[in-house]
Design a protein around this ligand. Structure first.
Ligand code: ADP
Ligand code: MG
Length: 276
């Protein structure tokens, strides 16, 4: 069965500052979409907002899977609706092995776990994850590359409808990048996984071969297209593309906190000449 993740006109604020300013993207089963954008344009905010992190407040818009609203629901319900997030900075969970974590998640969703050890071993093999990392707590003192391989292993075992990969390429060496990207790409054909891959480098995209590219600047998608858009970015850079599109705000800058002493129109220098 084919599924659809539809993000429509999503607005979100953090601590009263609007970061997402109307994001719309629709991903269908089997498709790979990339969202590219400079650091600080709101990519991780989109990830956190979709998965329901508490400090991000949705002020408008919707995010649905097959028409069912995800926003406003607890994170575990979003996961059970078929959404998976590989975080840019995966949390370390000492004392909880990946088997425990994946087993609990599968059980909670009513999926069978009888042959889980065999399935984990097979995935570990495909992703070149050594046994040692299956025995330790999830991400507990793992290197950047090991964390992302194990995130991908969890993704492959949980088989969600959609995966959001937030800079899965950050901290990866070329071998890990290739293994992770190939495994994700294979899931799009083996399980019809829909992917939203967030990155600011085109290196990941060479392996992942996205069908659609979206460029995000200052909390909005400013351009969408096919793979050629990534080539254009590679050639012109974000600044160049922004210039071509007539955009002057690439990233979001939180305004300075209200501070009367920060206002240059108010004289604060006691030595200043009040009449000068
Ligand atoms: P990206 O992932 O594209 O680098 P982020 O979504 O992490 O960008 O950040 C966008 C902007 O929102 C930045 O200015 C960042 O400082 C701010 N921001 C993001 N999350 C928070 C938060 N939890 N608290 C305060 N500011 C935040
Ligand atoms: Mg980020």
């Amino acid at each position: 069965m084919s599924h659809e993740l539809r993000i429509a006109d999503l607005h979100a604020t953090v601590a009263g500052f609007e970061i997402l300013r109307g994001v719309s993207v629709t991903v269908r089963s089997g498709e790979v979409h990339a969202i590219m954008g400079p650091n600080g344009c709101g990519k991780s905010t989109l990830t956190h907002t979709l998965m329901g992190r508490a400090d991000y407040e949705v002020t408008a818009g919707s995010a649905t899977i097959d028409g069912n609203e995800l926003l406003g629901r607890p994170t575990w319900e979003r996961a059970q609706a078929g959404l998976f997030v590989a975080m840019q900075y995966p949390v370390e969970i000492p004392g909880v092995r990946v088997t425990d974590l994946v087993g609990a998640a599968l059980q909670a969703g009513g999926a069978p776990t009888d042959d889980l050890d065999t399935r984990i071993a097979a995935e570990a093999d495909r992703l070149a994850v050594r046994d040692e990392f299956l025995e330790r707590g999830v991400n507990d003192e793992f290197s950047g590359g090991e964390k992302k391989r194990v995130e991908t292993l969890q993704l492959a075992l949980l088989q969600p409808h959609f995966a959001i990969l937030d800079e899965i390429d950050s901290g990866l060496d070329v071998d890990a990048l290739r293994d992770v990207a190939r495994r994700v790409r294979a899931m799009t054909t083996e399980h019809d996984l829909g992917v939203l891959a967030i990155t600011h480098y085109s290196r990941l995209l060479e392996e992942l071969r996205p069908d659609f590219i979206h460029v995000m600047m200052a909390g909005k998608i400013v351009a969408s297209g096919g793979p050629e858009l990534a080539d254009r970015l590679e050639a012109d850079g974000y600044e160049g593309l922004a210039g071509e599109l007539g955009i002057d705000e690439l990233v979001l800058r939180r305004p300075e906190a209200a501070d009367p002493f920060g206002d240059p129109t108010i004289a604060t220098n006691p030595f200043a000449d009040p009449l000068g």
